[in-house]
Design a protein around this ligand. Structure first.
Ligand SMILES: *[C@@H]1O[C@H](CO)[C@@H](O)[C@H](O)[C@H]1NC(C)=O
Length: 175
C-alpha cells in the first residue's frame, strides 16, 4: 500500500512539471536544394513553427567569402524565398539564412548556414547540322545554341570541337 502511494506522488509531480513548460515552442525549418544550378532562380522554403508575428527572412549565397546572390521575404508561418544564382558559377558555396536579422521586428530570431554545391549543368546545348552525311570538301553548317532548364537562351561562352569518325579533332574553335 505504501509503495503505490509513492508511485502516484512521482507521477503527479511529473505532470505538473510538463504543464509548467510553454506549450508551443517556436522553431524554424529551412528546406533548400543541396545542388543549386547556375543561372537559375532557386526556391528556398521557410517554415516558422508557432509563429506569433511576421519574420523578415534574409538569404545569401556566398562563394569564397563573397556574397553572389541575395533574397529576402516576410514569413508568418510558411513561405518561399527565391534566389537567383548568377550564371558561370560552379563548386561549393554557403547558403546563409537569417530570421529578423536587424532585430527590428517582433519576428523569430535565428541564423544558420549550410554548404551547397553549384552545378553549371542547369543548361542544355542543342547542335544542328545542315546535312546528316557529308562528302569530302563539302561545307558543314552547324547551328549551336544553349538554353536554361526552363528553355530560356543562355548568352555564355562555350567550347566546341569537331571530330572525324576516328575521333581526332580536326578543328577547334571557341566562339
Ligand atoms: C543549424 O542547423 C543545424 C541543422 O542543420 C542544427 O543542428 C543547428 O543546431 C543549427 N544551429 C543553430 C545555431 O541553430
Amino acid at each position: 500500500m505504501a509503495r503505490s502511494c509513492c508511485a502516484w506522488g512521482v507521477l503527479l509531480s511529473l505532470c505538473s512539471l510538463l504543464a509548467a513548460q510553454p506549450r508551443e515552442r517556436q522553431g524554424y525549418l529551412i528546406a533548400a536544394p543541396s545542388v543549386f544550378r547556375s543561372g537559375v532562380e532557386e526556391a528556398i522554403s521557410v517554415t516558422i513553427f508557432n509563429a506569433v508575428k511576421e519574420t523578415t527572412v534574409q538569404i545569401q549565397l556566398v562563394v569564397k567569402g563573397e556574397t553572389v546572390s541575395r533574397g529576402h521575404g516576410t514569413v508568418l508561418d510558411k513561405g518561399t524565398i527565391k534566389l537567383k544564382v548568377p550564371p558561370g558559377l560552379r563548386g561549393q558555396a554557403h547558403l546563409k539564412v537569417w530570421g529578423n536579422r536587424h532585430l527590428a521586428g517582433d519576428g523569430y530570431i535565428f541564423h544558420n548556414y549550410t554548404t551547397v554545391t553549384i552545378d553549371s549543368k542547369g543548361s542544355s546545348v542543342f547542335i544542328q547540322t545542315d546535312k546528316p552525311v557529308y562528302k569530302p570538301k563539302q561545307k558543314v553548317l552547324i547551328n549551336l545554341y544553349m538554353v536554361t532548364s526552363d528553355l530560356r537562351p543562355v548568352n555564355d561562352r562555350i567550347e566546341a570541337y569537331v571530330v572525324v569518325s576516328t575521333c581526332l579533332p580536326v578543328t577547334q574553335r571557341v566562339p
